[in-house]
Design a protein around this ligand. Sequence first.
Ligand code: ZN
Length: 143
Amino acid sequence: MAYVKFSEGRKFIGRVPFQADLLDYLTGFAKDHGIRAGQVMALGAVSEAVVGFYDQHKRTYFNIPYHRHLEILNLTGNISLKDGKSFVHAHVTLSDEDGHAFGGHLMPGTTVFACEFIIHEYLTEQDLNREFDQDTGLGLWKL
Ligand code: ZN
């Protein structure tokens, strides 16, 4: 079985504080509220960003830093458990002053200018735990 069923849990809508680190804030929010599985959505703007790209040959992420103001067109992510703690995996689509879009795997170092988020908690039949996956080198759900 490569999936689990879930039912809806709590729902949260809020604002990420000015100058907060986006990934740290979302992860802390999930931990503080005991969210073991769920979905994250957000939009807004950042004063700088770091996204990652996973090199499938080298089996490592490399960071792409942007030291400029950008819009968050979309953040989509999920919450599961890694080492027993709430873990947020999120991807962002960003855009620049010309409206060009790009993005990647959200990394620490993304500083919020303004951001509105929605989190849906999912109550799963079994925990979604991330464990090292031999095929990809990634921490994937053990299902
Ligand atoms: Zn990712």
